[in-house]
Design a binder for this molecule. Structure first.
Ligand code: SME
Length: 147
């Protein structure tokens, strides 16, 4: 397993000075997908007219629109907090865009104190995120600086 302690700082330097949302999120998803082992999807959903709409990502094509309050992403937005799911089969209402996904982590992203979308990570391995949740949170904070 790679040591991910440098990921937040690497993210900060990758995004430094760039203010274009799509450019930042595209590179952020690429960096996470490249550096974090055992992921099958890494990307973003952005809130538009009360719905989560697919943003930049790495991985297989995914569900385009998700409802707030539904699935892991929509629940993270409704509850305003990160969710780490050890086994998606145990999360009632989990939305399976890729049947290979077995664990998931979703972090709400805030701009000026308001949630504007989520970072969503999927793994084909059960319980992939518990040990790296803190690092992913810190990495998401660096992404927020670009929003
Ligand atoms: N599993 C998510 C849907 C998005 S895909 O994982 C990319 C959910 O339950 O919200």
């Amino acid at each position: 397993m790679k040591n991910l302690s440098k990921l937040p700082r690497t993210m900060a330097s990758l995004l430094e000075g760039e203010t274009d949302l799509v450019a930042c999120l595209a590179n952020a998803s690429a960096l996470i997908f490249d550096v974090v082992d055992e992921l099958n999807w890494a990307g973003f959903y952005l809130l538009k007219d009360g719905e989560l709409v697919l943003g930049p990502f790495q991985g297989k094509p995914a569900c385009v629109r998700l409802k707030v309050g539904k699935g892991v992403c929509g629940t993270a937005v409704a509850e305003g907090k990160s969710i780490v799911v050890a086994n998606v089969h145990d999360f009632v209402g989990h939305i399976a865009c890729d049947s290979a996904s077995l664990s998931e982590m979703v972090v709400p992203l805030k701009k000026d104190g308001k949630i504007i979308g989520v970072l969503d990570l999927d793994s084909p391995k059960v319980n992939r995120f518990e040990d790296i949740a803190d690092i992913i949170e810190k990495t998401a904070q660096e992404i927020e600086n670009c929003l």
